[in-house]
Design a protein. Structure first.
Length: 688
């Protein structure tokens, strides 16, 4: 009986448990059905979007950078595609071990390691950095086969900037480089931040920097389907990038090459421009550098060689180098005297060979002096004493106000960054420039040397060329500019840059005519006559020789006993044809001595090229490079017959192929080749 009761009790408990379990199962099933319904009905759209996002990625498409051309269509900067081997440090365990392993698969040189280390120091840890560029197809295949061994390492297709003529015009064309953290922060704070998604390189110097917005283009996007591992499977949709526009410079690259070649190994600067429009025809700074060194990140050895060289090849001398103008300043002093009534053309002085002020003798360059000197003779024979006396009569502040109208001591506003003002002294300038009261005082003796372009005077060749253009253009001041037009790559329409007239009536026409006649006289019977003997046109100009170091009152300058870098600078300013100028220039050859012997001969060859389409003979080129020729030697060549000029007929097939490839790379929709197995990514001075 007791046993039957126990069995009944156990059976009752079992049934109770079974019912409880059934209830739990029913509740669980009901919960699952309810949850399924909620997910399928209520959250359907949201979950669908998340699912799509889990298998797709939005990838920025960096636009092809725009081309840079010279005024005749010669390509100066273009793009080429290549594969790079890149490491994302944040995804790599042991970086050194990874690089060592990679070196067994592809060739990694010590310079590649040093460049990578430099980039690593400058970049964020999550960025992808190149360890090797321009991989061969064999190297790409070899790495792809062993990619599984190297997490955080990828082969990527990149567009690289190419400067086909290397060092030619490097200071003005500039170069691009990898965006550093400061630039990244500036871009992120700008209105154009979205357009730089995925962009790793921007313009760093010259036109590449100043016209970055026009050259960059518009970034596109691609929607990519990815695998569970995050690898790209196929492209679902795309909005192509719009390539950057084509920037057409006013430079004539053949003329640029001629000038750079004529300088040879000497240091200096020249700016040549069209005085009627302000278009810069040549913008030379010597020595130069190869901008291609910077495209992939310059290595330590090349950087040290450039940065530590005493010749300062990275300095844009035409834009940032300042020099005393020497006797090239005299025409502007004379014009200021005419404008203010301090002198008339006929008014003469007697030059005994010196000017005496408070017991200090300011010597003229000619022993015994020039005798009776009027304004014409003062310029043609470059009489120092005439301008010592004129400076004393005018005073420093009047000189500042009158000569400053020509742009000395002011920015020209040229369309590349980095221009300096130079120094046009005044009493106010000296008060601001010095801290001690005794240094702030202006002394009468300091005014005297200003008249011959020495003392505190320091200007750029850009300023001197612009001022020369004002005289050539009958007093009308034009704004110098290096870019002639920007061509829209889609519509092919060209927008010209502004030809801005900075000022009218800088000086009276009658006074300018007096100066012009004297400048013609310089090249006919004066200090520039030898260089322009036999020219097929009439040119106007003024030679200049500027001291680099002060010579004591009782000392005499001797170039042969002076260290090369302390010798006089040779300067020249000129325009031609004199009656209807189409080119004006200013130049300096550092430490080269007399301007008529070292600078004017280069200007003569420039004018022969521009006006007569002539190129110097081979022997003449060699002689001018060494400062050993004034009048041209040998038979000049037709420009069209000179081999190896940019865009010249002799190299036309190669140039045409290069231009065609460059234009093709800039076409809308063109892009770099698809990356294999790529992942999506989100005092007394010298006369002239």
């Amino acid at each position: 009986m007791t046993e039957l009761k126990d069995v009944g009790a156990e059976l009752s408990r079992f049934r109770t448990r079974l019912v409880a379990a059934g209830v739990v199962v029913a509740l669980a099933f009901t919960g699952l059905v309810t949850r399924l319904g909620y997910l399928q009905i209520v959250r359907h759209e949201d979950l669908l979007e998340q699912a799509e996002n889990n298998r797709t990625a939005i990838v920025p498409v960096v636009p092809n950078r725009g081309l840079i051309l010279d005024r005749n269509g010669v390509v100066l900067a273009s793009n080429y595609s290549a594969y790079t081997l890149e490491i994302t440090p944040s995804k790599v365990g042991d970086l050194e071990e990874t690089i060592e392993g990679l070196s067994q698969v592809v060739d990694i040189q010590p310079r590649d390691r040093r460049r990578f280390k430099k980039l690593l120091e400058e970049s964020r840890n999550f960025e992808s950095l190149p360890i090797r560029t321009r991989l061969t197809d064999i190297e790409v295949a070899r790495f792809s086969a062993q990619r599984y061994r190297f997490p955080g390492v990828d082969v990527k297709a990149r567009l690289f900037r190419s400067y086909p003529y290397g060092e030619l015009a490097s200071h003005v064309i500039g170069y691009i480089g990898r965006i550093n953290q400061a630039e990244k922060a500036r871009i992120d704070d700008s209105d154009d931040a979205d357009n730089y998604n995925g962009t790793e390189y921007i313009g760093k110097l010259g036109v590449e920097q100043s016209f970055e917005p026009q050259l960059h283009g518009l970034t596109g996007v691609e929607e990519i389907e990815t695998s569970a591992g995050g690898r790209a499977v196929r492209k679902l949709a795309s909005n192509p990038a719009t390539p950057g526009n084509t920037v057409v410079m006013s430079l004539d690259i053949k003329l640029q090459k001629l000038v750079e070649d004529l300088y040879g190994d000497r240091r200096g600067a020249m700016v040549a421009l069209d005085p009627k429009t302000g278009e810069v025809l040549a913008f030379v700074s010597k020595p130069t550098f190869d901008p291609n060194l910077f495209v992939e990140g310059i290595d330590v050895e090349n950087w040290q060689a450039l940065n530590e060289s005493p010749d300062k090849p990275l300095l844009n001398r035409a834009l940032r180098g300042t020099y005393p103008p020497g006797s090239t300043y005299k025409p502007f002093m004379a014009l200021a005297a005419l404008e203010t009534g301090k002198r008339t053309p006929q008014q003469a002085i007697f030059d005994p060979g010196f000017f005496l002020l408070a017991g200090h003798r300011f010597r003229d360059d000619k022993e015994g002096g020039h005798g009776t000197v009027d304004m014409y003779k003062s310029i043609v024979q470059s009489c120092d004493t005439y301008y010592y006396m004129l400076a004393n009569d005018m005073g420093v502040d009047l000189i500042h106000d009158e000569v400053g109208k020509f742009g000395f001591g002011s920015l020209t506003g040229i369309d590349i960054n980095g221009e300096v003002r130079g120094i046009l002294p005044s009493t106010d300038w000296k008060r601001r420039a010095y801290k001690r009261p005794e240094q702030q005082k202006w002394y009468a003796g300091e005014t005297i040397s200003l008249g011959i372009g020495q003392g505190y005077n320091n200007f750029t060749m850009l300023q001197l060329a612009s001022a020369t253009g004002i005289i050539a253009n009958d007093g009308v001041k034009m704004k110098p500019h290096l870019v002639k037009e920007v061509v829209d790559v889609v519509s092919h329409t060209a927008q010209q840059t502004l030809r801005e007239i900075k000022a009218e009536s800088i000086a009276k026409a009658v006074n300018i005519d007096v100066i012009k006649k004297a400048l013609v006289g310089v090249n006919v019977e004066g200090t520039g006559a030898t260089a322009f003997r036999g020219a097929g046109y009439v040119a106007a100009g003024k030679t200049g020789t500027a001291q680099v170091v002060t010579i004591g009152q009782n000392e005499k300058y001797n170039a042969s006993r002076t260290a090369e870098r302390f010798r006089d600078h040779a300067l020249y300013m000129a325009f031609a044809p004199a009656d209807n100028p189409t080119i004006a220039l200013a130049m300096v050859v550092e430490n080269a001595g007399f301007g008529g012997a070292s600078a004017a001969p280069i200007a003569r060859r420039v004018f022969d090229y521009w006006l007569l389409h002539q190129y110097p003979s081979v022997e003449d080129m060699a002689a001018v490079q060494k400062g050993l020729a004034q009048t041209p030697i040998g038979t000049p060549r037709a420009v069209a017959d000179v081999p190896d000029l940019p865009g010249a007929p002799a190299s036309a097939p190669a140039a045409a192929a290069s231009a065609a490839a460059a234009v093709a790379s800039a076409a809308p929709g063109a892009s770099a080749p698809r990356t294999p197995a790529s992942r999506p990514v989100a005092v007394q001075k010298k006369a002239g």
